[in-house]
Design a protein around this ligand. Structure first.
Ligand code: ADP
Ligand code: GLC
Length: 486
């Protein structure tokens, strides 16, 4: 039997991306199709999506608009790989310039509950044959934006006496919960008893994330370690009891890398192509990076780099504290990111203080992200917590040693260059345990020490480049989960 699965999310690379979610929602359906599944995606019709999809055509009018005057379901395909993508067109909700979730002042839009309820409701409608030509067996919702899909499916199941589809909910980040005032519940059109501790209610408010977790048949998250961490008070965000209670339905499946996008041997965005056996191109990429950022042209100065959302999660306040260590030892630092004003200011100040050694670009720039990973010697990911993390995986592929905090998916993917791991031939990067400036500083010193031992450095780098974090293995695990359900 061919499994039909609908992925419901708010981002899709390359049409709309603010983080790793977009990389996953593009690559995972494609990998599932490789394995024989019939996978499609459903997205809100944000400007980038409406403009980027090919062959868009209307499928059905949506009879409920949640306050948007007009809402229709359309179907198109992703140029490049022809992935079928449904889009909810509701211009009053989604056709806004800038960030999909926040207004110009970085404040969540006042109608986010309705905007994303419409997405979840449309998913449940698709499971009930809104498109006469295609209906999913599995509705696979990602993050709080799609959290209500499971609730609407459950409501439909109650009405019809059987579930229109089975459901999977993937947590990409428990820190974003989609919380709204209780009074907005009435606008959702859900059965009144769903506003309950055993339902969408969360400490007196309405939580889209909790809805996703409560109503899904299966819950996944994006690494095995994070799956354990979120069942603890420290990292459960108040949902640890629910998650622990559903532990037998919760599984951590590591994200993969789309090597058709992230591969230094074929990357058109970088100054020169290279591979584990032909590394000279990497030196050219490093020189190009130093030039691009007006840093001193020194091939033996290790270049540390960050490509990241500048948010509390990413632990970059720790890096600001440890930055003098990099400069004092003759290293360089390149930062590409956007987000918290205080972090933006901190890195800008550091770049002004050390113009030859520290450079910052504030913004979101996909091409530059590739140039940085290709040119860097060390990619810094000192996150407080990290559900999976993709930049450390891209770093491994590009021969930039990842330096990470031992948490979540970072712990699952990077092996520290300790003496014993070097001797055993397992080291791929640098891992620090305690989330403290001195622990990060010690890891930075280890990076300098290894850099001075060029043979060990080259071996560690080559080992990382040879590792396979492709999607095939993870897609198999999702397939097994779907098969269990249908
Ligand atoms: P998260 O999803 O928490 O932001 P991930 O490591 O999973 O973290 O994914 C981040 C993705 O976003 C990567 O593809 C990374 O290259 C990209 N990215 C983050 N910040 C920027 C930026 N400022 N410019 C370009 N790409 C960025
Ligand atoms: C989230 C997480 C990140 C993960 C990404 C894709 O944004 O912060 O760790 O890699 O989702 O799953």
């Amino acid at each position: 039997m061919t499994i039909r699965v609908l992925h419901v999310a708010s981002e899709l690379y390359p049409l709309l991306k603010t983080g790793g979610l977009a990389d996953v929602t593009a690559a995972l359906p494609a990998a599932l199709i490789e394995l024989g599944a019939d996978a499609r995606v459903l997205l809100p019709g944000f400007a980038g999506v409406a403009q980027g999809l090919a062959d868009l055509r209307p499928i059905a009018r949506l009879e409920r608009g949640f306050g948007a005057r007009e809402a229709t379901l359309e179907l198109g395909r992703l140029p490049g790989n022809d992935l079928p993508v449904y889009m909810v067109r509701a211009d009053a909700f989604y056709s806004r310039p800038g960030n999909p979730y926040l207004d110009d002042e970085h404040v969540p839009y006042g109608d986010n509950a309705q905007r994303f309820a419409l997405l979840g409701w449309a998913a449940a409608q698709l499971a009930q044959h809104l498109d006469p030509a295609w209906a999913p067996h599995i509705v696979h919702a990602h993050d709080w934006h799609a959290g209500l899909a499971g609730a609407y499916l459950r409501a439909a199941a109650r009405e019809r006496g059987h579930a229109p589809a089975r459901s999977v909910f993937t947590i990409h980040n428990l820190a974003y919960q989609g919380i709204f005032p209780a009074r907005q519940f009435d606008e959702l059109g859900l059965p009144g008893d769903f506003f309950d501790m055993h339902g969408v209610e969360f400490y007196g408010q309405l939580s889209f994330l909790k809805a996703g977790l409560f109503y899904a048949d299966k819950i996944t998250t994006v690494s095995p370690t994070y799956a354990r961490e979120i069942q603890t008070v420290a990292q459960g965000g108040g949902l640890e009891a629910l998650l622990k209670g559903r532990a037998h339905d919760l599984v951590g499946i590591l994200n993969g890398v789309d090597y058709s996008v992230w591969s230094p041997a074929a990357d058109e965005a970088i100054a020169a192509r290279y591979s584990a056996t032909r590394m000279s191109g990497k030196l050219r990429c490093k020189a190009a990076l130093q030039q691009r950022f007006n840093l001193t042209q020194k091939h033996d100065a290790p270049v540390f780099a960050v490509v990241s959302r500048l948010s509390e999660q990413k632990g970059l306040d720790l890096l600001l504290a440890a930055l003098p260590e990099i400069v004092a030892r003759g290293g360089q630092l390149v930062v590409l990111g956007t987000g918290d004003a205080s972090l933006e200011a901190g890195f800008t100040r550091a770049a002004r203080q050390h113009p030859d050694a520290v450079a910052v670009e504030l913004g979101f720039d996909e091409t530059l992200a590739h140039e940085i990973v290709a040119g860097a010697d060390v990619m810094m990911v000192p996150s407080r917590f990290e559900p999976c993390g993709l930049t450390q995986l891209y770093a491994l592929a590009y021969g930039a040693l990842p330096l990470v905090h031992r948490t979540g998916g970072l712990a699952d993917t990077v092996t520290d260059a300790s003496l014993e791991n070097l001797a055993d031939g397992t080291a791929t990067g640098f891992v620090f345990e305690r989330f403290e400036p001195d622990a990060l500083t010690a890891a930075i010193r280890r990076a300098f020490a290894l850099h001075a031992r060029s043979r060990d450095w080259r071996e560690t780098r080559a080992r990382g480049m040879r590792e396979d974090f492709g999607w095939a293995a993870s897609a198999q695990r999702y397939m097994a989960l779907y098969r269990e359900l249908v």
